[in-house]
Write a protein that binds this ligand. Structure first.
Ligand SMILES: [Zn+2]
Length: 349
C-alpha cells in the first residue's frame, strides 16, 4: 500500500457510502431498504434482530439500537468492525475502495483540513507543505504488476445525463453497455465514471471524466492512485470476442472507442492516451497473429501523429498495420458518422 502523509477523514467519509461498506463485508443482502434507510441485524455485536441496526442513506451514518447502543459514520463503522483506530480505518477504506489520497490531500490543502490527521511519525518541525508530497513510487511506470480487480462497483450512476446523450451523442444502449454514468458524490463527484476492464473482463478501475472544463488544477480524467493505465487496453476484453478476420482498430480515448462501438465497429480498443506502452503492445501481440490486421486511428493532432508512427512501426513486426489519417486537422474518431464508420469497415475511407 502506498504511504500516505495525510489522511483527510472528511474526504474519505465523503467518498464512500455505508452501502458500499456493507457490500464490501458481504452484508448488504442481510439489509432491508426503507425510506432513506437500510435496516438489519447489527454486524458489530453480531445480533440477529433485523431492525436493531439502522443506516441513514442521506446522512451516511449508522446506529445500533441494541447492545452497541451507539453509531457513527462510515469510518466509525470500519473501525468497530476491524477493531482499529479511525486512522487505520481510513487507510483500509482508501485501499479497499481505491480512493485517491493525493487528490484528497490536495483538497485538504485548500482549507478543509479540520479533520486532517498528521501521522505521529511526521517530523514536528516540518511545516505543512504547500503541495502534497508524492508517495514514494512503489513501481516503475512500465511495471508488469497486474491491476487488482476492484471489490466494489459504482452502482448509483445516472445513465441519462445530458452530457452523455447530448454532448457525446451516446445512445442509452451504449451507455448501459459500457456501464458508464454520471456520479454525483464521492471520489468521482461531478464526473462521468467509466469502468475499465482487464482482458478477463474484471473491472480494475473507474476513470472519471469531468463534465466540461475541470476546475483549475483538476485533471480532465481522474484515475485511481496505483492504477497502471499502461497495463490495460480499454475494451480489449470485448474486442477479442469479435471475428478474427476483422481488423482491430486502435484509438486514443474512451469516447472514441464507445462511438465506434455504437456505430457498429465493435473490434476497437483505446490506449487511454496517444502512446502505446510495452504492456499494451504485448496485449495486442497476444491477441493477433501474423495474418491479423490492425488499424491505428489516433487523433489528427501533433500527439496523435507522433504516436501513430511509433505504434505502427512496433506493431508491424508481428501483424499487418494500416495507419488511418484524417483529412481535417484535429479530427477524432469520436466524430465519425455511422456512414463513415461503415465505409471504414469496407476499407474505402
Ligand atoms: Zn450492535
Amino acid at each position: 500500500m502506498a504511504k500516505i502523509a495525510f489522511v483527510d477523514f472528511k474526504a474519505v467519509k465523503a467518498a464512500i457510502t455505508m452501502e458500499q461498506v456493507l457490500q464490501h463485508y458481504g452484508l448488504l443482502d442481510k439489509f432491508k431498504p426503507g425510506t432513506d434507510s437500510l435496516n438489519g441485524p447489527c454486524p458489530i455485536h453480531k445480533g440477529s434482530n433485523p431492525t436493531q441496526f439502522r443506516v441513514s442513506l442521506s446522512k451516511n451514518i449508522w446506529n445500533c439500537f441494541s447492545e452497541c447502543k451507539h453509531g457513527g459514520n462510515v469510518l466509525d463503522f470500519i473501525a468497530d468492525m476491524e477493531d482499529v483506530s479511525i486512522h487505520a480505518a481510513a487507510l483500509k477504506a482508501i485501499e479497499w475502495f481505491n480512493l485517491d489520497p493525493e487528490a484528497m490531500a490536495a483538497n485538504s490543502d485548500r482549507g478543509e483540513s479540520g479533520e486532517t490527521e498528521r501521522p505521529a511519525a511526521a517530523p514536528k518541525a516540518a511545516a505543512k507543505p504547500a503541495s502534497t508530497p508524492k508517495p514514494a513510487p512503489t513501481a516503475t511506470p512500465e511495471s508488469n504488476v497486474p491491476n487488482t480487480p476492484l471489490k466494489f462497483r459504482l452502482d448509483k450512476l445516472e445513465r441519462s445525463h445530458p452530457y452523455l446523450t447530448e454532448q457525446r451523442g451516446l445512445t442509452p444502449e451504449t451507455i448501459v453497455d459500457f456501464g458508464i454514468g454520471y456520479c454525483s458524490k464521492g471520489m468521482m463527484a461531478d464526473r462521468i465514471a467509466i469502468p475499465i476492464h482487464n482482458v478477463k473482463g474484471e473491472v480494475v478501475a473507474y476513470a472519471g471524466r469531468f463534465i466540461g472544463a475541470p476546475p483549475e488544477g483538476a485533471p480532465k480524467y481522474k484515475l485511481p492512485p496505483g492504477f497502471r493505465k499502461s497495463q490495460e487496453l480499454f475494451n480489449l476484453d470485448r474486442a477479442i470476442k469479435e471475428p478474427v478476420d476483422l481488423p482491430l482498430v486502435i484509438v486514443e480515448g474512451f469516447f472514441d472507442a464507445m462511438k465506434l462501438h455504437q456505430h457498429g465497429w465493435r473490434k476497437v480498443v483505446a490506449l487511454m492516451g496517444s502512446t502505446m506502452s510495452a504492456a499494451q503492445e504485448e496485449l495486442i501481440r497476444q491477441h493477433t497473429s501474423s495474418q491479423s490486421h490492425v488499424i491505428v486511428m489516433l487523433d489528427e493532432n501533433e500527439a496523435g501523429k507522433a504516436g501513430r508512427e511509433d505504434i505502427a512501426c512496433r506493431l508491424s513486426k508481428f501483424c499487418f498495420v494500416r495507419v488511418h489519417q484524417f483529412s481535417q486537422p484535429d479530427m477524432e474518431p469520436e466524430h465519425l458518422t455511422p456512414e463513415q464508420v461503415q465505409q471504414l469497415l469496407e476499407g474505402v475511407l
